[in-house]
Design a protein. Structure first.
Length: 136
């Protein structure tokens, strides 16, 4: 019984990773609020060479991806993390670096609901497997 529960959880997690990594990939050069969904979901931000920088869940994909990570200046956002680690010298350079070198994928909560996986669990599994360079 225990082994079958573990196997089910691993298979569910595998499905989450497959779904998010096969989702359409958008360059940050093309990311605008109108491209992004306004509902909840999970997302992965990667560099052109495949390094996973950020991943997580959010109640509003547009806000988290565009307003926070690309335009925001709070310490937990990608721009600030790039400056704090010396990848970029300031927030404006970080914004341009993200636009030039990063892509984002996401799946909406409705997709997770369709495959029967709770969003909180999906985020935890995704973070433990993908191990993004930056996190909150």
């Amino acid at each position: 019984m225990l082994a079958s529960n573990i196997e089910k959880h691993v298979n569910d997690g595998r499905q989450v990773i497959i779904e998010v990594m096969k989702a359409s990939k958008y360059s940050f050069q093309d990311v605008t609020p109108s491209v992004l969904p306004s509902g909840p979901g999970i997302y992965v931000i990667t560099t052109d060479n495949g390094e996973i920088l950020r991943a997580g869940k959010t109640k509003v994909l547009c806000q988290r991806i565009y307003q926070n990570h690309l335009m925001g200046d709070q310490s937990g956002n990608l721009r600030s993390q790039l400056v704090n680690t010396g990848v970029c010298v300031d927030l404006e350079e970080a914004k341009e670096w993200i636009r030039q070198h990063c892509t984002v994928r996401w799946i909406e909560k409705s997709t997770l609901d369709r495959i029967g996986i709770q969003i909180n669990w999906a985020e935890h599994f995704m973070l433990s497997v993908l191990r993004p360079r930056f996190s909150d």
